[in-house]
Design a protein around this ligand. Structure first.
Ligand SMILES: NC(=O)c1ccc[n+]([C@@H]2O[C@H](COP(=O)([O-])OP(=O)(O)OC[C@H]3O[C@@H](n4cnc5c(N)ncnc54)[C@H](O)[C@@H]3O)[C@@H](O)[C@H]2O)c1
Ligand SMILES: O=C(O)C[C@H](O)C(=O)O
Length: 332
């Protein structure tokens, strides 16, 4: 069997490489945590021209770590170069909302980033490319990129709700004083936003339904809002949005995608809807998913109670509004 020494490296492109998530993410990728300890990596860092110098500084540090799996680092401000031959694309760089910016302005500014990146992925990506969008608004940015990459199978475009999933595991684990490993089948539904729905009616703790082990009031008034608004709470406390935990979730998302979900468990990812659970086809929405043979598949056949139905419908409504807004702006 060929060892890491002779294997061709997997090309991993990270956009927004000089940002704070980039700094938390790149060293973990280079150390082998994204793809496994046998897989050599060729990193490609995409930044805007003003931040290329800072990305070069990060690359110097990566070099100084002498990671055995890190074969090369390419730094560019050209999406075509960054995505040429890419196997794993982590789209982290995005335009944050600034003071006085309307929602439409935010979507338009991000369209200016994710449209050309989608086109560049379409033009040059490897046949097995997998794309994870982290930059917000993640679901709709993923939709924009996907709609400009007609030659790439739509299911290769995903957006990150694994951080929300991990937050839900952590909150439930603290509430019931159990390790996170006692929890299975957690689900985040919908948008990576405050409307998301973390579902305890299918999650199990030590083999029993989680919702039956907590007070309904806690589930409704504490658990759901704490998970859904955790991003804002981190910004409030840290003065900057989550970075290490976001990087950790991106690593988890890709690692699971490539290596599969454990038997009897599932995870959460925003993937292109096939119409399951009443989510309109084509929307990029979070679902319970398993990864089998290197593909994320939506878990089918779950019963949805009235409480969950209302909340899934609300978050999906928001995704429809975002889709309609970018359609009106001519971005998809
Ligand atoms: N999905 C999630 O769970 C999740 C969690 C945390 C943060 N986020 C989002 O991730 C994004 C990045 O967060 P951060 O803290 O690293 O931000 P940051 O501002 O520190 O870094 C963003 C970087 O992106 C770069 N960038 C901007 N436009 C680019 C382009 N066209 N091409 C390449 N690079 C570009 C910027 O120069 C900057 O270096 C934000 O949108 C944030 O809201 C998502
Ligand atoms: O950057 C943000 O707005 C928050 C981020 O998406 C998070 O969930 O931590």
């Amino acid at each position: 069997m060929a060892g890491a020494g002779s294997q061709a490296p997997v090309k991993v492109t990270v956009t927004g490489a000089a940002g704070q998530i980039g700094y938390a993410l790149l060293f973990r990728i280079a150390s082998g945590q994204l793809l496994g300890a046998d897989t050599p990596v060729a990193l490609s860092l995409l930044e805007i021209p003003q931040a290329v110098r800072a990305a070069e500084g990060t690359a110097m540090e990566l070099q100084d770590c002498a990671f055995p799996l890190l074969r090369s680092i390419d730094i560019t401000d050209d999406p075509r170069q960054a995505f040429d031959g890419v196997n794993v694309a982590l789209l982290v760089g995005a335009r944050p909302r600034t003071k006085g910016m309307e929602r439409g302005d935010l979507l338009e500014a991000n369209g200016g980033i994710f449209k050309p990146q989608g086109e560049a992925i379409n033009a040059g990506a490897a046949d097995d490319v997998r794309i994870l969008v982290v930059g917000n608004p993640a679901n709709t940015n993923a939709l924009i990129a996907q709609s400009h990459a007609p030659d790439v199978p739509a299911e290769r475009f995903t957006a990150m709700t694994r951080l929300d999933h991990n937050r839900a595991l952590a909150q439930l684990s603290a509430k019931l004083d159990v390790p996170v490993t006692a929890i299975r089948n957690m689900t985040i539904w919908g948008n990576h936003s405050a409307t998301q729905y973390p579902d305890l009616y299918h999650a199990q703790v030590n083999g029993k339904i989680a919702a039956d082990q907590v007070e309904e009031e806690w589930l409704r008034d504490t658990f759901i809002p704490t998970v859904a608004k955790r991003g804002a709470a981190i910004i409030e406390a840290r003065g900057a949005s989550s970075a290490a935990s976001a990087a950790g979730a991106a690593i988890d998302h890709v690692y699971t995608w490539v290596n599969g979900t454990p038997e009897g468990d599932w995870t959460s990812a925003a993937v292109v809807s096939d119409g399951s659970y009443g989510v309109p086809e084509g929307l990029i929405s979070s679902f319970p998913v398993v990864s089998r043979n290197g593909r994320y598949e939506i878990v089918q056949g779950l019963e949805i109670n009235e409480f969950s139905r209302e909340r899934i419908d609300a978050t999906v409504r928001e995704l429809i509004e975002e889709r309609d807004a970018v359609k009106q702006l001519g971005l998809i």
